[in-house]
Design a protein around this ligand. Sequence first.
Ligand SMILES: C[S@@+](CC[C@H](N)C(=O)[O-])C[C@H]1O[C@@H](n2cnc3c(N)ncnc32)[C@H](O)[C@@H]1O
Length: 163
Amino acid sequence: MARPRKYATNAERQAAYRKRKKRSVHFRSDSFEWSTPQDLFDELHREFAFDLDVCATVENAKCERFYSRRDDGLKQPWFGTCWCNPPYGRDIGRWVEKSLQASRDGAVVVCLLPSRTDTRWWHECVSQAEDVRFLRGRLRFGGHENSAPFPSVVAVFRMQSRP
Ligand SMILES: C[S@@+](CC[C@H](N)C(=O)[O-])C[C@H]1O[C@@H](n2cnc3c(N)ncnc32)[C@H](O)[C@@H]1O
């Protein structure tokens, strides 16, 4: 026997799918702890020698020194060479702004970010990074079975030393 029709029209069915997709954690870049793949971090650490992970938990911190949610990394001083893979939610712009500001104050900040080239934070901050490296393919973040549903970029915030 055929299943009873749940939606009167195709348009209704598609709208319900779009709603489910929007809510589903599998499609949202801001819903997970997108822990940096260890091999990517190791490669960057060889190049930059990080002193501080500015946002992490005890479980996923990439450096011995790190700030957690309890410290609130946004309110702390960023020093030396910092690793910043921020929470990908609506506050991501604040992390990118702080990265730019910290670099003006003398730190070097290397960020792993979703490649959202249409955002305000991209145009106002990432565009001022010393180096922006678009990563080929999609990353498989720590603890995830599948590749991310979004592309990523590594942005290096460093003010060139003036003579
Ligand atoms: C994308 S994960 C990156 C984790 C880790 N640093 C890494 O690179 O794998 C972002 C982390 O920021 C932490 N976080 C969220 N809000 C924070 C805050 N206000 N201050 C410091 N850390 C925060 C989250 O708990 C999460 O572990």
